[in-house]
Design a protein around this ligand. Sequence first.
Ligand code: GL1
Ligand code: MG
Length: 238
Amino acid sequence: MGMPQILESTPRIRPTPAPATNSIGAFLFDVDGVLADTARLHEAAWRRLAIREGLSLDTDTARSLRGLSRSDSLRRVLGQRRVTQHRFNELMEQKNCDYLRQVEQLTPTDVLPGSSELLEELPGFGIRVAAVSASCNARPVLDRLGLLDRFAAVVDGTDDVSTTGHRFLSASAVLRVEPSRCVVVEDSTTGAAAARQFGMKCLGLGDATALCMATMVFESLRGVDARSLLRWLTRTPH
Ligand code: GL1
Ligand code: MG
């Protein structure tokens, strides 16, 4: 019997598997409404401002403020009302002082269920974590929650980056994890849309209709373990 024929297609050396470029490398956590219920505190402060100014702020408009910067939020609260730049700045300052009084009351017990557990577990799976927020107060909030040192990077409204999407890109660059391997955790329509626009997966928290752009939506992170979450996210195509 002759030598077995070696087919052209039979690899003689098992090829080295391609690097898992689709594997998840980073989680970018929004702060307000994801790590703590501070989105509600912002909303309450905007409502108080609207009442003081004799403006009506309906529930849908109030809800739509999530994820918007301070100036964009105030423009939406003012609606048709025109004010001078000086008054605009004063109103932003008033809302901020009101909000910061609430922030002073925050403690580590205000971290939303599931968030700290996930932040603790993810690094064990080789995942890097960043906090990304449109708020200029993200660092003081994280500090009060006792979470500041959990993040390899914090990109917020005080950084010289203009849009939510660019903040996500900036965090991905700082962590050295390409956008397609980043998962954004978001509670706002604006944030979910920005994540998808820049080729990132998005784990939406809250209302599935408002978060229809997200890769998947949970009511909250309560009881969500890192291993299952990573398995689900890896299996879900972009
Ligand atoms: C700004 C807005 C808030 C909220 C956050 C993002 O925060 O004022 O209503 O939309 O961005 O979560 P801040 O005023 O703290 O910069
Ligand atoms: Mg948010």
